[in-house]
Design a protein around this ligand. Sequence first.
Ligand SMILES: Cc1cc2nc3c(=O)[nH]c(=O)nc-3n(C[C@H](O)[C@H](O)[C@H](O)COP(=O)(O)OP(=O)(O)OC[C@H]3O[C@@H](n4cnc5c(N)ncnc54)[C@H](O)[C@@H]3O)c2cc1C
Length: 480
Amino acid sequence: MTTVGAPRSTLAERLRRLLPHEAVIDDPATLLPYAYDASFWSLRQQRLPDVVVVPRTTEDVQRVVRFADETNTPVIARGAGTGQTGGAVAAQGGIVISFARMREVIEIDRANLQAIVRPGLVFNDFQAALAPHGLFFPPDPGSGRACTLGGMAANNASGPHAVRWGTTSAYVLGCEVVLADGSVIWTGGARSKALKSSSGIDLAKLFVGSEGTLGIITTLRLRVQPRPPARAVVLAGYERLEDTVRSLDDLFAAGMLPSTAELLDTSAVTAIQKWQPSLGLPDGEAVLFIEVEGTPDHVLSEVRYVDEIVRKRASVTRFAEDEASVARLWAARSGLAAASALAHPGKHRIFAGEDMAVPLTEIPRTIRRAREIGAELGVAVIFYGHFGDGNVHSAILIDPEDTDEVRRADELADRLHKLAIEVGGTVTGEHGTGAVRSRYMRAEHGDALDLMIRIKKALDPKGILNPGKLYGEMSRGEPL
Ligand SMILES: Cc1cc2nc3c(=O)[nH]c(=O)nc-3n(C[C@H](O)[C@H](O)[C@H](O)COP(=O)(O)OP(=O)(O)OC[C@H]3O[C@@H](n4cnc5c(N)ncnc54)[C@H](O)[C@@H]3O)c2cc1C
């Protein structure tokens, strides 16, 4: 790996003149955990950064970025490294900025429904801080125990509840950003605490989803919501995948938008049944977890209303109304990774081609075709996802030591990405582009990619911010 700018040997030495000694890491053993994230891409070939810095303040970050600008050195922001696309990995070497020490909750302002936090704050810690105020932060990634709010904003992360509540983008009211030349701006109004604004171009949204390629987020002003006091889940089993779409459409026609409509394809049901047979998941092609939230009375009646509608298409339905049963269902859903390993002993789940999002009406066709491609290539794959917003996840299971199986898994991931675009969807619903999906950006975005590249060049003319990511052919030069 060659660093574009200053020689490797002097980088750490010079950064130690700008930051406290312990904030600069350059011994190879300690650098190792920063050489990968959760992507199969990075696990196969680790990419050591030249140096990692662990700042405490925005001014520390500014000093590092100014130095990177002067020396033409790549600089890569890193939250918890749970990303599945190589986003936080130094694809071309350089300086990784870890936000592990910038994790404060600066303010929780219930009356104004917002909070100000540092980007290194872990999602679950934020929820724990909000809970005593009766508040919550709705985007709910499965990695919430580890991932950071900075990483979520940079990737526009979300989870099952995006169906009703939307993605991280809807909750970023403003952010403090260190730009590529080391200057600092506040988006969303320098002193604003407004919950909405039509004033100017919404620059906060420019940085959300830009994966650290346009600026480094050092503070976030986030919208939060009152937590609904009750919830219940209708568990519905379907003989055929097509009926799941019809069921959801029946709910829409009846004026109902559930909080989740989480899908377990038959492959996922079989895996969970092996792991937790006592759950008694129904047989058939698919299971949906349809959750409703609200006041206890409202939930009591709404869950019956949903059940009545869903029963027209589902072969079996049941409710989970008490919190312990609801939590048990969701725990089973989040244990899918463990369940997959039991269903396919000796295989490992890899994160590749895992995040298609397609129109709701295309979900059955997409899953059927994806199953066929998996079978053609002889690769085990389990499907599940956030059905209510068309986000179909695929868990590819392989023996990473088997080079032929790895080759077939690569082909499967590639064909899944292409399938997503072909059916009118996107290669990533929530995990981001990073290094692994940049090659699909032209096919997905057409000429709009050129405008993204122009924005990138205007904000980062030297190309020091997270190079090798996101911008299609501009990111080439790095083996995928
Ligand atoms: C088991 C598992 C389950 C997951 N489930 C979900 C899910 O349900 N939904 C979902 O959306 N994702 C999910 N993910 C993916 C991942 O957790 C999310 O994308 C998450 O938002 C990444 O956060 P992080 O702190 O780990 O970021 P990192 O992986 O460290 O970084 C991700 C990107 O953000 C950039 N970045 C980080 N901090 C900053 C900053 N301060 N300023 C600018 N850029 C920054 C990085 O450069 C990188 O491009 C899952 C991952 C795993 C391993």
